[in-house]
Design a protein around this ligand. Structure first.
Ligand code: FDA
Length: 311
């Protein structure tokens, strides 16, 4: 995890249209292109191939059609229809039925009611075909509205849907208590966004301490929590707490991002833990990719080597 200043630097770069254009030209062109380390490809066929390869190793997946912050209702409708067609492709392929999505992709910035309608279209299909749909958590500007949308759908009886909490946010322990009481399924992560000190811890030690507290809370009290981290120290906290309280591996799962700590993914699966890999794909991969770079300086070297190699 980088300090706040470095994270902010990468978030600024992520907003650069010029950089996005240059990266889009090289990042996915060819089987060895640099963005492929973290993004399964631009097409659903490539994503399904990635799922199959992980499933052959005993790992599970959740598919994310990359996209966020759409600015018209037509784009939100297109994103919704894309999710529906990806669901058809997943059913036809016979692979695991698990999706992750972002509410700003479904129109949250434009009209909340339309966003809820779009999500409902996806959840109706999910219900009919036994999918689980995770609502990713975006920056703190969206935390409350994301939880509100989740609770609206929960109160309408949708149950094959879950949310994400970020340990970096000071409010998350309170949110966790409320969500646990509802029986909601929660994925716990540290948080990928550059957040102000008023709402978020700024030091890794504080984010980690909150992650550890939340891990223990969720393991003991939540419905099938997902421990989403690549951090061996956090994984150790989860394992120790589960062992000390006789919480079996059937009551929770670990989750990691595609292309990150593949060794640890395989090792945890080998020890009998559930391991789900978050597989992003699609043409709008640039902001996601920049967040991954911002998490680890070594990734920048990895990309530069890839770019120089291609030339
Ligand atoms: P930390 O950043 O401390 O890293 C620990 C170790 O993991 C590093 O030392 C390194 O070895 C490895 N590592 C971490 N990131 C790496 C990278 N990019 N490249 C290479 N190695 C890396 N965030 C969010 O705000 N909303 C969300 O909805 C989600 N969803 C989500 C789903 C899943 C399944 C995961 C695993 C993560 C997310 N995240 C997320 C991202 C999350 O908030 C966080 O930014 C990253 O997981 C990195 O944090 P770690 O917990 O891995 O710890």
């Amino acid at each position: 995890m980088l300090d706040a200043a470095s994270k902010a630097f990468f978030h600024t770069l992520a907003g650069s249209r010029v950089l996005a254009r240059v990266a889009s030209r090289y990042g996915m062109a060819g089987p060895d292109a640099f963005a492929r380390r973290f993004v399964a490809g631009e097409s659903v066929g490539e994503a399904i191939a990635a799922v199959r390869s992980l499933e052959a190793q005993g790992l599970q997946s959740t598919l994310d059609v990359l996209g966020e912050s759409v600015s018209t209702l037509a784009e939100a409708d297109a994103a919704t229809r894309e999710y529906l067609s990806v669901m058809d492709a997943i059913v036809a392929a016979g692979i695991g039925r698990n999706l992750s999505l972002k509410l700003t992709q479904l129109g949250l910035d434009i009209d909340r009611a339309t966003c809820i309608d779009n999500l409902r279209r996806i959840l109706d299909r999910a219900q009919a075909h036994a999918f689980f749909v995770r609502i990713d958590m975006e920056s703190s500007a969206y935390t409350q509205v994301t939880l509100d949308v989740f609770e609206t759908l929960w109160s309408q009886g949708y149950r094959q849907v879950g949310v994400v909490l970020q340990s970096a946010l000071r409010r998350s322990e309170q949110d966790a208590t409320a969500l646990v009481a509802m029986g909601a399924r929660i994925r716990l992560v540290k948080g990928a966004y550059n957040e102000p000190a008023g709402v978020a811890y700024q030091n890794k030690a504080d984010v980690d301490a909150a992650y550890a507290r939340l891990t223990r809370l969720l393991l003991s009290h939540a419905t099938f929590p997902a421990i989403g981290t690549h951090d061996p120290a956090m994984i150790a906290v989860a394992r120790e707490h589960a062992a000390a309280h006789a919480i079996g591996p059937e009551r929770f799962e670990f989750q990691m991002l595609y292309g990150i700590r593949r060794d640890l993914q395989a090792a945890l699966h080998g020890e009998g833990f559930g391991m789900r890999v978050y597989i992003p794909f699609g043409t709008h991969w640039f902001p996601y990719f920049m967040r991954r770079l911002g998490e680890r300086p070594a990734n920048v070297g990895f990309v530069l080597r890839g770019v120089l190699h291609e030339r």
